[in-house]
Design a protein around this ligand. Structure first.
Ligand code: PMP
Length: 287
């Protein structure tokens, strides 16, 4: 496996970073995950825009122009197998004596990128099980921060229960019901009476690139949809639940907390959106 670190491609075994790297010490950095189909990065501009947002929000200057990122990515795709991959980009605030404030003067950021094989989307066709948990993360989930301990613990809850994902319900303000935010590593959609429901973007969820694609597909294909706050009881009462992410595309959640969702099989909305997503991917890759 060939990785990229601070301007150089190298075998992963040769890559070394300092123990004083602020990513290692504080989780002080951000990342991106970009799917690659047939050796072409999917929605690259959108992923790099979200990376810029994450960097801006943690006040870390972007170390590379869009063209430089495109070159890094092209090199990484070429250096790795297979044709369908996912890229991981990771930028930290660099190496400095351990102290919470930003290094002053600033130090060069650490820039790391790697590629992994993309799982086959068909794995999601059977449907997966999920558990729910209280969303106990911070209030800036729109930043794709590398400090992922809450997500790690929440996702492990799913694994411990033999499930694929943890669906997060954020406690409401006093008197308000808990509401759906997203999954521990995905966005979640609810389907009720033929309508696709999506939680609104904001600081409590990651603005998923796949989430955007699904809503674009709904708009283009006249699928009824609504973007609005979704109370927890609507999640438990859903006809269908969908999970989306760059690496898992779209999957049906057929069981939640051990109970069936709708008919306990991937439903008509899932099949429609799954099909349209595959077509959308192929069409984009043709351009
Ligand atoms: N929310 C969280 C917390 C995630 O980790 C991910 C996956 N990176 C997503 C949503 C889905 O985002 P995307 O569609 O851009 O992969």
């Amino acid at each position: 496996m060939t990785i990229y670190l601070n301007g150089q491609y190298m075998p992963v075994e040769d890559a070394k970073i300092s123990v004083l790297d602020r990513g290692f010490i504080f989780g002080d950095g951000v990342y991106e995950v970009i799917p690659v189909y047939s050796r072409r990065a999917f929605r690259l501009a959108e992923h790099l825009r979200r990376l810029q947002h994450s960097l801006d929000e943690i006040r870390l200057p972007n170390p590379h122009s869009l063209t430089e990122w495109a070159d890094i990515i092209t090199g990484l795709i070429a250096a790795n197998e297979p044709d369908d991959q996912y890229l991981y980009l990771h930028i930290t605030r660099g190496v400095a004596r351990r102290d919470h404030p930003f290094p002053n003067p600033p130090v060069p950021p650490t820039v790391f990128a790697m590629s992994n094989p993309l799982p086959a989307p068909r794995a999601g066709l059977l449907g997966v099980s999920a558990v729910t948990a209280v969303d106990n993360r911070w209030l800036r989930c729109d930043i794709k921060a590398i400090s992922l301990l809450p997500n790690v613990l929440l996702r492990q809850m799913a694994v411990d229960a033999g499930c694929a994902e943890t669906v997060l319900l954020r406690a409401g303000t006093p008197g308000e019901a808990a509401f759906l935010t997203e999954g521990a590593a995905s966005n979640i959609f609810v389907v009720k009476n033929g309508v696709l429901l999506a939680p609104p973007k904001g600081q409590l969820m990651l603005p998923g690139i796949t989430y955007d694609v699904i809503l674009e597909i709904a708009e283009a294909c006249d699928i009824p949809y609504s973007v609005r706050k979704i109370p927890a009881d609507e999640v438990f009462d859903a006809d269908e639940l969908l999970l989306t992410s760059s690496t898992r595309e779209v999957m049906a959640i057929t069981h939640l907390d051990g109970k069936p969702v709708g008919n306990a099989v991937p439903g008509p909305m899932f099949h429609k959106i799954y099909q349209l997503y595959q077509e959308f991917k192929i069409n984009v890759m043709r351009i």
